[in-house]
Design a protein around this ligand. Structure first.
Ligand code: ATP
Length: 659
């Protein structure tokens, strides 16, 4: 992208915002229902975007209860009221369940309290119950105002002036139980907590042979259980949407004992809180433990994670998701007309989209109805495409089909890692090997990238060889940046010797470059006239064709954790600016997203050229900031090619970090 493109983009964004004036408007923001990590990032985004477009933004403390009670529960927020909250779990404005709001009388009081402050825009962050309540409130609004006027609580002019209530919802729920969005705010952080526990359990359990039964949250939704089972390669998972088939007790014990026979020292069984059997009877963790102990005699422990999953700092993903949704929510409120139905800001693919709130709530309730009526296939389908595909992937990777049921393909597929190691590479190899075997292919592992391939470091790999690879960082196969250009002949010979019919390359930019070289050599080497497929894996996220590459989320989390620590270290000292240099491979993804998730003052990235005026503006911004209570600055910059702003008198010497 050249300079003209960048300034055109900046210009059109400014123009877009010019048409989006919030002057004279007031927005109320509240968090309701169970708390979730990332809610603070959503509140921060609503407050700052609201102020940015000239609106007044009010905190409504303690959810709907604060709206009903009014008084000091509804307070105008300013830019600094949301400083330093991105990294804080839970919600700083409090959340509650409120009986009064379920009654018209309660909602009448709430309407009176909003009108008093001129609030006719409401941003609700909560689960489906909270959003249902918001929708009812919006529908009743004009009737409530009429009644308030009849009671003499407000005058007719106010009824006219505040005739419509605009409502936008954001789903904050660790369960990911809301239809219409790929992810709800808090789910990713909860998954982090679960995986941290699994990792801890795995290290202790390696010393003993044990079976762990891990109960995770999800009274009605098995998302957390399913995805954590997928992420840690659990032996068995119990979900409310997909109860195990009749006779599961015996099948599970066979599976556990088969894994033990393969020298697996640890069995992990994951149970969703609301797990049921096909007759809708609960399956409890204790019941599973009892079964394993009596049938197999294994040393078995139950761990119930409970509220730990709601705790801790939000992940980078949740902070970014909530920040993007918060901005979109304010835009939606300002663009709403009296005819616009209440909407919910959702994530579809990697885009923030607006969907009709009522339809999403209805769909969410339909899943429960399907489960109640034991239509489990419908329940899985209604949960959405990603739930269904996660379930299918888990099943494919967890249980090997009996040999006589595997189709025969006569196809030899080789898997190779190329470039720098990225988290997730091993999980991808495991997945590819097991799916390939299930399809009847013979799978080959290539060691040490193209360099190793040229030297003949290739051998067949089996189902059990990749057991336990999911949670391991780096590249077990070994990976190198070397391109195949100089050893095409030797690589072609290896392809020929092992009759390789397809090549799966897992890696970053060098993987792309390498595959182009192989494809270009097809005229001279027919061995390369086979399907060549790339799975992008690079922490820099600098490759085309995918919004997010493997490893970039892990890289981002490391960066954001470091920024949090640096911010924390600065809390005792004043007037200090930290400059953090990130990796990037000519891509500003890590610096830019890291800045968004850590709440940095600026990010200097490769794609957006900047000059001395930008640096000066940043220094001036930091100078102003030092006059406030937040006497700390954070600047992220990509790579080493960029210059850091020079220290100015009055600042401490900037401290530099490379992450
Ligand atoms: P979670 O997923 O954490 O349970 P939730 O938003 O679904 O979150 P609920 O307890 O169902 O949690 O709802 C939170 C609050 O929203 C309730 O205490 C109540 O004040 C309000 N609310 C829920 N349903 C309705 C409704 N049908 N009418 C009015 N208000 C409602």
């Amino acid at each position: 992208m050249d300079d003209d493109d960048v300034s055109a983009r900046k210009g059109s964004f400014r123009k877009f915002l010019e048409h989006l004036s919030g002057a004279g408007k007031a927005i109320g923001v509240l968090t309701s229902g169970g708390d979730a990590q990332g809610m603070n990032a959503a509140v921060r985004a609503v407050v700052r975007m609201g102020i940015y477009v000239g609106a007044k933004v009010y905190f409504v403390y303690e959810g709907y209860q604060g709206m009903v009670d009014g008084g000091s529960n509804i307070v105008e927020a300013n830019w600094e009221s949301v400083s330093s909250i991105l990294q804080v779990g839970g919600t700083i404005i409090g959340s509650a369940r409120c009986k009064a709001f379920r009654t018209r009388e309660g909602r009448l009081k709430a309407a009176g309290n909003l009108v008093q402050r001129g609030i006719t825009n409401l941003c609700v962050i909560g689960g489906d119950g909270s959003l249902t309540g918001a929708n009812i409130f919006r529908k009743e609004w004009s009737g409530l105002l009429k009644e308030l006027a009849e009671n003499g609580d407000i005058d007719r002019e106010e009824v006219q002036k505040h005739a419509y209530l605009n409502v936008v919802g954001m789903v904050g729920s660790i369960d990911n139980d809301f239809c219409g969005t790929d992810m709800t705010i808090g789910t990713d952080s909860a998954l982090h907590r679960i995986i941290e526990v699994v990792d801890a359990i795995m290290t202790t359990a390696q010393s003993h042979q044990r079976t762990f039964v891990l109960e995770v949250m999800g009274r009605h939704c098995g998302y957390l259980a399913l995805v954590s089972a997928l992420a840690c390669g659990a032996d068995w998972v119990f979900l409310p949407e997909s109860p195990p088939e009749e006779g599961w007790q015996e099948n599970m014990c066979i599976k556990l004992s088969e894994n033990r026979a393969r020298k697996k020292r640890l069995n992990i069984i994951i149970v969703a809180e609301g797990a049921i059997d096909t007759q809708n009877k609960p399956i409890t963790s204790e019941q599973i433990k009892e079964l394993v102990v009596t049938q197999l005699g294994y040393d078995t422990r139950v761990t119930i994670l409970g509220h730990v999953q709601r705790g801790g700092t939000p992940s980078a993903f949740d902070r970014i998701l909530a920040s993007r949704m918060g901005v979109e929510a304010v835009v939606a409120l300002l663009q709403a007309t009296p005819e616009t139905p209440a909407c919910v800001v959702s994530l579809s693919g990697n885009q923030a989209v607006r969907l009709p709130l009522l339809e999403c709530v209805q769909m969410t309730q339909d899943v429960q109805k399907a489960m109640d009526e034991r239509r489990f296939k419908d329940a899985v389908r209604l949960r959405g495409r990603s739930f269904e595909s996660n379930l299918n992937t888990y099943k494919r990777l967890a249980i090997k089909m009996p040999d006589d049921q595997i189709p025969k393909s006569n196809c030899n597929v080789a898997v190779i890692n190329v470039g720098a190691p990225a988290a997730g590479m091993n999980a991808a190899v495991r997945s590819a090997v097991r799916v390939g075997i299930s399809e009847g292919h013979k799978m080959f592992a290539i060691y040490d990238g193209f360099e190793g391939f040229a030297k003949g470091q290739i051998k067949e790999i089996g189902w059990a060889d990749v057991g336990g690879w999911t949670g391991q960082g780096g590249s077990i196969l070994g990976t190198k940046r070397t391109l195949p250009g100089k050893s095409l002949e030797a690589i072609a010979e290896q392809m020929r010797t092992h009759s390789i019919n397809a090549l799966l390359i897992i890696g970053g930019f060098e993987a792309f470059e390498g595959s182009v070289l192989l494809a270009q050599a097809r005229d001279s080497h027919q061995e390369f006239c086979v399907p060549i497929c790339i799975v992008p894996a690079t922490i820099s996220n600098n490759v085309p064709g995918s919004d997010i590459s493997m490893g970039s989320d892990t890289g981002l989390n490391v960066l954001v954790e470091t920024c949090d620590r640096i911010k924390q270290s600065a809390s005792g000292t004043k007037r200090r600016v930290f400059i953090i240099e990130t990796m990037g491979g000519y891509c500003g993804y890590l610096a830019n997203m890291g800045a968004l998730a850590a709440g940095a003052d600026a990010a200097y990235i490769f794609e957006e050229p900047f000059d001395i005026r930008d640096l000066q503006a940043n220094v001036e911004h930091l100078t102003e900031k030092m006059k406030t209570t937040i006497q700390r600055g954070l600047v992220l910059r990509y790579g080493r090619r960029l210059l850091a702003p020079a220290p100015r008198p009055g600042f401490s010497e900037p401290s530099g970090f490379t992450v």
